[in-house]
Design a protein around this ligand. Structure first.
Ligand SMILES: [Zn+2]
Ligand SMILES: [Zn+2]
Length: 145
């Protein structure tokens, strides 16, 4: 993200501020649209995984390995073998907490993430993804040892 000095260099002191504001407005609109798109995509997936039966059926058929991993995880939670935490492992939020799998062949190895962080892992910028994947990898190492 450029700062105001980049605009001063390019447009001169007088025009810098208005040019910057113009650019920022456009940047915000672009981001809003992107965010909306991500949200739509995420909600669609969420509904397919955890929503009503009719949404799940098609998703299951298309993603058998994901479905099996989720099912095993649910079973382990029900049996008290795995405890679902109260909060996200990446931030203090708790909204829409889900177990994110890095590897579906390891159904019990999940990073618990809130709606926002989980969305960031799947659709977000690389920085967020890196932080969360790093947490996941740490767990993976502990799990293997
Ligand atoms: Zn979070
Ligand atoms: Zn995930």
């Amino acid at each position: 993200m450029p700062n105001i000095s980049t605009f001063i260099k390019r447009f001169g002191e007088e025009k810098a501020k208005s040019e910057f504001n113009k650019w920022y407005q456009e940047y915000r609109t672009r981001n809003l649209e992107k965010n909306r798109e991500y949200n739509r995509e995420y909600n669609k997936n969420w509904r397919a995984m955890f929503g009503p039966e009719e949404y799940q059926r098609e998703w299951r058929a298309k993603n058998p390995e994901k479905y099996q991993a989720q099912r095993k995880l649910q079973w382990a939670i029900k049996k008290g073998k795995i405890k679902k935490p109260k909060f996200c492992e990446n931030c203090p939020r708790s909204v829409g907490l889900v177990g994110h799998h890095s590897d579906y062949s390891l159904p019990f190895l999940v990073v618990w993430l809130c709606h926002a962080c989980h969305r960031a892992v799947h659709y977000g910028n690389n920085k967020n993804r890196w932080i969360i994947e790093k947490e996941g990898n740490k767990k993976w190492q502990e799990f293997r040892n």
